[in-house]
Design a protein around this ligand. Structure first.
Ligand code: GRF
Length: 203
């Protein structure tokens, strides 16, 4: 049966998943989460199960290749016909053929102000570089790494006196506000990607 909604992909802690679940429960996001998909067992799985969501672990290590892993993902997700696939700490790089299956429907949140600090360990690198403004970016997923079209950014001031975990906490707080907001607006067709982006600033 077709069940339009959001599919959230996770690999870890699941704090963004939690924020998205809260936004669905509060009616801010008007579509259900039709599945939470993880590529491994992780903390986020327990959040998903506690909320009685359709929880799928598709363990990437059990597949011989990326192709066969993604084939299984597609097999499980296609029947759900999602409006949006939300990557929330998902630790796999999706191939172009997977992205094409869900054209313009996959978004990601990255913990830096892209195009600065693509990839991993963004907070350590931002601290090391001595930047004064740091943040997170929500973007469409394309075949590159953290290089798809930017939808929204949230920013805050940092300095070298902050520890890495203080920076992470500051940025996560913004992520938890920004991601549900952007998901809601995308689903309600309230974001015209060619006209404006959402920018949030916190001090
Ligand atoms: C977040 O920092 C997000 O920006 C990045 O991965 C982390 C996921 O955290 N893509 P969580 O699992 O949502 O707590």
């Amino acid at each position: 049966m077709v069940n339009n909604g959001i599919v959230v992909f996770i690999s870890g802690r699941g704090s963004n998943l939690n924020a998205i679940i809260n936004a669905v429960n509060d009616g801010v996001i008007k579509y259900p989460i039709s599945a939470v998909v993880s590529d491994r067992y992780c903390e986020g799985i327990e959040i998903s199960r506690k909320n009685k969501l359709n929880t799928l672990i598709i363990d990437h290590k059990k597949f011989k290749s990326k192709l066969s892993f993604e084939k299984e993902l597609i097999k499980k997700i296609k029947p759900l016909n999602p409006n949006l696939i939300v990557l929330a700490g998902f630790m796999q790089i999706l191939s172009i053929s997977f992205i094409k299956e869900f054209k313009s429907k996959i978004i990601n949140i990255h913990p830096s102000l892209l195009p600065s600090f693509k990839g991993l360990n963004t907070h350590a690198r931002a601290k090391e570089a001595g930047v004064l403004i740091h943040g997170c970016t929500i973007h469409f997923v394309n075949e590159g790494i953290d290089s798809g079209k930017i939808i929204a950014q949230g920013a805050t001031s940092i300095s070298k006196k902050f520890s890495e975990s203080e920076i992470e906490k500051k940025i996560l707080n913004i992520e938890h506000i920004l991601y549900p907001k952007v998901i809601a607006k995308l689903l309600d067709n309230e974001i015209n990607i060619n006209e404006h982006n959402i920018i949030l600033c916190y001090d």
